[in-house]
Design a binder for this molecule. Sequence first.
Ligand SMILES: [Zn+2]
Length: 390
Amino acid sequence: MRDAAKELTAAIQYDRLLDTAIKLVEVPSPTRSAADVLDRLDEILRAERFSVERPAAGWPEAPAVVSRYESGQPGKTLQFNGHLDTVHLPFVPPRVENGVLYGSGCSDMKGGIAACVEAMRALRETGLLTAGAVMLTAHDLHETPWGDGTQLNGLIDEGYLGDAVLLPEYLADPLPVIGRGLSVLNVKITRAGEPVHEVLGGSQQPSVIRAGAEVVRRFAELDEQLRPLSHPLAGRESMFVGQFSSGEIYNQAPIECMLAGTRRWLPGTAMQDAEDQFQQILAEVAQQHGVQIEGRFQVARDAYEIDPTQPFVAAFQSAHRLATGRLLSIGAKPFVDDGNEFVNRGGIPAITHGPDAKGAHTLYEEVAVAELVRVALVYALTAVEFCQSG
Ligand SMILES: [Zn+2]
């Protein structure tokens, strides 16, 4: 009997993995401009004679990268999926100090994609994958508000879909089996006419500020009503306001008020119902206050849930235990990622598991290279466990 953990540990090369991560981080790739880094990943894979396909998946500006390593025997396909775009912040070049990689996207999530590539190399070199295949998919358009997730949707719709998927976002613990859906809310309240001095007729105008305050009050009331909709792992449904602005000067009646926030919901709540509820409140307040209200309910991803007793979760846990000596606790995913869409649109189980990294969405991203090595090992072992099962 071969010792897969031991052989894969020996095959995974720290320096090679780090070199791949640096090669990805050093190419700036803000969302909607990830073409160059996708080309870079393509070059790395082709130079090592991995297969590469470049489906546009609805975004020809930066075609996705799809690569497969096949055992040649029937079995399941384990997909590794990641985005190579980064949030729009000033570019930070890669730098390594004391075993820690710094730079744009190293945590979110170029380091994780480098770990996926290293897992494929280790599987090929050891020949431990004796059934099924591994497929790596990488894409643009992930980070909101610049991206809308449609390139990933396109990949799923075009059938670039395994039997299960791992996503190396910066979450190492717990093992998430549920996550809330998220919409970003934008409300714009306006009235007819011009801005006018309070004593020259301003005080007789419909007040966009009072209307805004009423919207906030109604949202708070709804938030209280949502409180009982709660899940032991994922928490409660919510309505949150994070921004409110209006007015130019203290004694002038303004014509515009803006507010923004979030709505989060659990599996079992229909996204459309949540939007209808939101629009209903806005329509009522507009009517009462004689103002116009436009509401945008921008869905990031729907809520999702996977069955924690299914074989994929067992395969992943077994791989994690072989790699680290322990099982992960079952929990919730605090953020929204593409895993939700793989479950809802693709109909396959998704586990988000990546490096214990810091600084996502800041200028101070950092990830220990040892964490990337660990992720590569967990991913390769999951493929060995999962692809030949059933
Ligand atoms: Zn990410």
